[in-house]
Ligand binder design. Structure first.
Ligand code: ADE
Length: 236
């Protein structure tokens, strides 16, 4: 059973997201485990300050290495006490390797993940060098902190764990699973606002439905994401 830990300055926010909806239900049922930890609890100064001015000057603040390191070491120890191996450690940064469904599938193989979130202008590079197995970016844009990125990674990895989705085949048809975008979906009523459901879906002919969906998938990918389409044609 997978355990995910998040080290952050906003543990309540992160835990609330993970305790909702599908992941919350999966955790209650014992299929996954999530724990969010306050980095500030590991400061050694009276003011509980977690950041400082950058050496060399420049704007903004940089998170100190020490509280991040001590927080992570405590999390590693807690995992050990549970009889678990040392977690695979990911630092969330805009300068990391790009995240993808392929990366999510790869990370889903670990028993424990530790996601570390920076805030302010960044983290002291030395704690990343000391602890990070990987640095991950969720896209080419800048967030105010790593929390939303960590939640994106946690969500996409945890939903692949056994027992989380009610229908385990659920994710096999989805966009990006096989390198293509998903076909369009419809539910009742048969006509809404003058728009009819494509008749083939009402035909009950499974072979034809599958063929239509496959065709839609290919057309959509070609039109909306020519980059993915080219890649798929080379290595389907
Ligand atoms: N922190 C700030 N921006 C980020 C991004 N795009 N991905 C991951 N972590 C981040």
């Amino acid at each position: 059973m997978m355990r995910v830990d998040i080290a952050t300055l906003f543990p309540e926010m992160c835990q609330r997201v993970l305790d909702e909806s599908i992941l919350g239900r999966a955790a209650k049922r014992g299929h996954i485990e999530t724990h969010c930890h306050q980095i500030r609890d590991y400061t050694l100064n009276r003011q509980k300050q977690v950041d400082d001015y950058p050496y060399g000057g420049g704007c903004g603040m940089v998170m100190n290495a020490q509280p991040i390191y001590d927080c992570c070491m405590d999390i590693i120890r807690q995992n050990e006490e549970q009889g678990r191996p040392r977690p695979h450690i990911l630092f969330m940064t805009a300068a990391g390797q790009p995240f993808s469904e392929e990366k999510a599938k790869e990370l889903a193989q670990y028993d424990n993940l530790l996601l570390v979130c920076g805030h302010y202008e960044g983290m002291d590079e030395r704690v990343i060098e000391e602890l990070a197995d990987e640095e991950i970016s969720i896209g080419d844009y800048v967030l105010t902190g790593g929390e939303l990125a960590a939640l994106v990674v946690a969500d996409s990895v945890l939903r692949l764990q056994p027992g989380v989705l009610s229908q385990p085949e659920g994710y096999q048809d989805e966009s990006h699973w096989n390198g293509l975008l998903e076909y369009p979906q419809y539910t009742r009523p048969e006509e809404w606002n003058g728009r009819k459901v494509p008749p083939v879906l009402l035909s009950g002919h499974h072979g034809k439905i599958e063929e239509w969906r496959r065709q839609q998938s290919l057309e959509r990918t070609q039109k909306r994401r020519p980059d993915l389409y080219q890649k798929y044609k080379k290595e389907p």
